[in-house]
Design a protein around this ligand. Structure first.
Ligand code: BTN
Length: 248
């Protein structure tokens, strides 16, 4: 994959096929790899998502990329890496393709009601609770698989473009990395938070929480990027992790 934007400070390696770019980069990070290392694969044989799920990553379709960051941050601020990456992806897609994406807290991006991107951030912390590294893994479904998505994903997953579209993954990677660099270097400031909020697809919706199964209404996203929800008794709380599904 040919990247443009020679000004980028990254060390990028492209692979035709790996098990998982996150798994590989985590091993490199644990061995002392400096930040700025990026692994991109055309295909993964064991792509991973959150909550031990697999992530479908067929050849030629998606941008499957992991980025190593080592900002000196306490754990609470490190939680902002995933939202930063989500806005970086959404802004990059809009600038390269003119396609507007919604963000489903905390790590999913949607286009026309279908998930087109997931982000898996895997971090390690020192004994005093500071971040030692974060591997931010981005799986963006750029072109639809020629044979479609597997049956179990066909009602959920989508792609930005049809299967025969020209390959724009290099431009997308360049734009995502450029934006991620700016957002991560700004931490603990969160200049991306207004965009995260305005792209949110959950605000004012009824959702089911996972874990727990509670049915709640989403009131908004607070300054720590927590999901603020209100239960049926009118009691509100802020969630810093978890998932939810929209009640239709
Ligand atoms: C999710 O939807 O739960 C997150 C999916 C993250 C997938 C990306 S693809 C590149 C990187 N390598 C992986 O194994 N996972 C992430």
């Amino acid at each position: 994959m040919k990247m443009t934007g020679a000004d980028l400070p990254w060390r990028i390696t492209h692979y035709a096929s790996v098990d998982s770019t996150n798994t590989m980069l985590k091993a490199m990070a644990a061995d002392g790899e400096p930040e700025g290392r990026v692994l991109i694969a055309d295909r993964q044989t064991a792509g991973r998502g959150r909550m031990t799920r697999s992530f479908f990553t067929p050849p030629g379709c998606g941008l499957y990329m992991s980025i190593l960051f080592r900002p000196d941050l306490p754990a609470a601020d490190a939680l902002m890496l995933t939202p930063a990456a989500a806005v970086a992806v959404a802004d990059a897609v809009e600038s390269v393709l003119g396609i507007e994406l919604g963000i489903k807290w905390v790590n999913d991006l949607f286009c026309d009601g279908r998930k087109v991107c997931g982000i898996l951030t895997e971090s390690a912390f020192s004994a005093d609770g500071r971040l030692t590294y974060a591997v931010v893994g981005i799986g963006l479904n750029v072109r639809a698989p020629a044979d479609g998505f597997p049956a179990e994903l066909s009602s959920i997953a989508g792609a930005l473009l049809p299967a025969d579209a020209p390959d724009c993954r290099p431009q997308l990677a360049t734009e995502i990395l450029r934006r991620c660099a700016a957002f991560v270097s700004a931490l603990p400031q969160v200049p991306f938070l207004p965009a995260y909020r305005s792209r949110s697809v959950l605000v004012d919706r009824e959702v089911l929480l996972n874990p727990g199964g509670d049915r709640v209404k989403v009131l908004g996203i607070d300054d720590a990027c927590r999901l603020v929800v209100q239960d049926g008794d009118g009691v509100s709380r802020a969630l810093s992790s978890g998932e939810c599904s929209v009640v239709l």
